[in-house]
Design a protein around this ligand. Structure first.
Ligand code: PMP
Length: 466
């Protein structure tokens, strides 16, 4: 059956590409093996060259917040392309970049007053780390050299960001190339809260791990603490317990340590508030954003930073010793502006909250008593199920089984994209599946997503004869 819209119709006039004909030189394709060829998309669906439709229930990797082929974004890109596609930031600024900067500061958590535009999440994290270090150099505290982050975290794949992340599977073989960083346990109730421990006691204990680490390293030598407000790509949609981040903020303030919140995945509306830290009632010194900022229409990321950081640079050397060729790219800025305007105008954060509630309810109904689902967690349209071999002991499946990859394959066969992640090699969490559909998702589509996911999980486990 031909897809019912122009983009795919045009594409389908060309013969479908086959494995032999195309993309044999693409490394990612060799690694992933056979992949369908995406030729079109509309709303929450993607379409492959065979005409098969897939519900994009993960927004790619929590990217496509507006879905695909949104007319406003397409129009904004055409219009920007007709004016200026590229102007290097050391020669020019552009209206698109200026307007995006204004918009981001207008909507920022209190205290964040400036924006540094880059091309993605890892670049944003690298820039935040370097800004934090240069800030202390400008202030006459060059002895500050330590970065503290958390285990079971992900901050990107470039070397500085990889060193900061606590995902051992991703780091292991690159360890000799990584800068020294320090890690404390995350705030991850399902895995780390003691039986009978209250939220309050657990928040205090989890935050205390940071204070202990700062004291161990010497407070005057610590630059920053880095954390995902709601953990994404390593442990799967893990929200903090109440008051954890208030305590973290207080500890950072006590020792003059900067707080960098990485909202590359959980930010820009994904959890129901524009920034995930708004629900925690705190502001960081730096916040990194990406994915939902441009919704996948262009590669873009940003660092939001506070006035005290900007002033230290302005009153010191007068510049930030960093930069990339494509920063502040006008096409990317125009796309991001159009995405953010559509979210605002169409009140999509209200839909994130409403559909998030429905998703939780449907997941609970389908998996609440499932023998191999240990935890259902998340916020807004950023939720996950964690698979375990044994619900009682929370023992994960053996990593070699790759249960998450099997679920992904089963889901794709059923026309469903979900984002699977494997257990960590330190065994601190198991396989999980992230569900992060576009903010425009409708109630019946939430029901279909959970229905297909349920079938995929059961089929994958059946394959293992589990
Ligand atoms: N930080 C977080 C929290 C992320 O989830 C990711 C990507 N999954 C990154 C940084 C890196 O972003 P990118 O892949 O755009 O470099």
């Amino acid at each position: 059956m031909p897809p019912a819209f122009a983009v795919a119709d045009t594409c389908l006039q060309h013969p479908a590409l086959t494995d032999e004909e195309t993309m044999t030189h693409l490394l990612h394709r060799q690694i992933h093996g056979s992949l369908p060829v995406a030729i079109g998309g509309k709303g929450i669906e993607l379409i492959d060259a065979g005409g098969k439709h897939y519900i994009d229930a993960s927004g790619g990797a929590a990217v496509s917040c507006l879905g695909h082929a949104h007319p406003d974004v397409v129009a904004a890109l055409h219009s920007q392309f007709d004016r200026i596609a590229y102007a290097h930031t050391s020669f020019f600024t552009t209206e698109a970049a200026e307007r995006l900067g204004d918009r981001l500061v207008e909507d920022a958590p209190p205290g964040l007053s400036h924006v540094y535009l880059v091309s993605g999440g890892s670049e944003a994290v690298e820039a935040a780390l370097k800004m934090a270090r240069q800030y202390f150099v400008e202030k006459g505290e060059p002895q500050r050299r330590h970065i503290i982050a958390r285990r079971q975290s992900y901050h990107g794949n470039t070397l500085g960001a990889l060193a900061t992340g606590g995902n051992e599977w991703r780091r292991a073989q690159f360890r000799p190339l990584l800068i020294e960083t320090h890690h404390v346990d995350p705030c991850f109730a399902y895995r780390f809260r003691e039986p009978g421990e209250t939220d309050e006691a657990y928040a205090a204990r989890a935050a205390q791990a940071l204070e202990d680490k700062i004291l161990e390293l010497g407070p005057e030598e610590v630059i920053a603490f880095v954390a995902e407000t709601v953990v994404g790509a390593t442990a799967g949609a893990v929200p903090p317990v109440a008051d954890y981040f208030k305590r973290i903020r207080a500890i950072c303030d006590r020792y003059g340590v900067l707080l960098i919140l990485d909202e590359v995945m959980c930010g820009m509306g994904r959890t129901g508030t524009l920034h995930a830290c708004q629900l925690e009632g705190i502001s960081p010194d730096f916040m990194t954003i990406a994915k939902g900022l441009g919704g996948g229409y262009q590669p873009i990321g940003a660092v939001l930073l506070g006035r005290q950081i900007f002033d230290a640079f302005a009153n010191g050397s007068g510049f930030f010793q960093h930069g990339h060729t494509y920063m502040g790219h006008p096409m990317a800025a125009a796309a991001a502006l159009a995405v953010q305007e559509a979210i605002h105008r169409d009140l999509l954060l209200d839909n994130v909250k409403a559909m998030g509630g429905r998703l939780t309810a449907r997941l609970q109904a389908r998996f609440g008593n499932h023998l191999h689902i240990g935890d259902i967690r998340g916020r807004g349209l950023f939720q996950a199920i964690e698979l375990v071999a044994d619900r009682g002991t929370k023992e994960p499946f053996a990593p070699g089984l790759k249960v998450h990859a099997k679920i992904k394959r089963q889901a794709m066969q059923r026309g469903l994209m979900v984002y699977p992640m494997g257990g960590t090699i330190d065994g601190a969490c198991g396989d999980h599946v992230l569900i992060a559909p576009p903010f425009i998702v409708a109630p019946h589509e939430i029901d279909t997503i959970v229905e297909r996911l349920g079938e995929a999980v059961d089929a994958a486990l059946r394959d293992f004869e589990i």
